[in-house]
Design a protein around this ligand. Sequence first.
Ligand SMILES: [Cu+2]
Length: 302
Amino acid sequence: MNHTHPTHIALRLLAASSLLAAGAASAHVTLAEGSATAGSDYTAAFRVGHACKDAKSTTGLTVRVPAGFAVQKAEARDGWSLNTSGSEISWKANSPQDAVQGDQKTQFIVRGKVDAKPGPLWFKVLQTCDTGSADWAQIPASDTAKPEFPAARLMVLAPGSAMPVEVSDAWVRRAVPGQSGTGAFMKLKAPAGTRLVGASTPVAGVAEVHEMKMEGDTMKMRALSQGLELPAGQTVELKPGGYHLMLTDLKQAVNVGTTVSITLRFVDAKGVASEQTLQVPVAVAAPGGAASGEEHQHQHKH
Ligand SMILES: [Cu+2]
């Protein structure tokens, strides 16, 4: 897949603000884009990736639209009937064949405008299945609470506050058992200028923003103590042989076929901090690119 906005699908960007609790399980119904600026147009794409417990398929979805979101249009789906009643939008499969099967992933889309004040805005979603249903309607009592059936959350941002950074082509280099470090690479594009100041991941004790440079005939690496500048609208590439995220003190092997959760920390020009958590796939080399950089991987001279 080669999406221009892989944050939507390929990377499964889960959270776009420090206020968001990370790590929504894939079984939950969540919004593909977790944040939006107050007053802006917003496409609410409700992601369904699992049927209800013990069910084979999803046969219906009902979104209870909260005050604070003005619906412009709910998108019809082939083979499904769409009904709007008051603040409720419902899709229903016309036949079992049209239902969303098991682990098939899809999105139910509602376009509109965010009228709410900054803060979390909750969309309660009833998922109905061939057997039973799941009502994603719980609003967590705190940022760290993890209810079993959380409502889908949209974090409404104040205009001018930290905008999510677009992340594309992210990957983590595979690390075999016993290997102490590896690197993570990606393209970053900040809509408003910001600075990548740090990162963290459960798989490594240390995650740092590094720069790699030739000094004479030696490749040297150093941590960027001031972070990495991301000028507005420009794509900055973290790649083997250049800027990268260095993951050291690895806690486990990092295997191809898995993903690594990485939280990036940003500070914008006004000093506003934000963070984004990504699920980054593990690879041997850059997706679609030439294998390179392996030879530089462990040349640490800090
Ligand atoms: Cu490094």
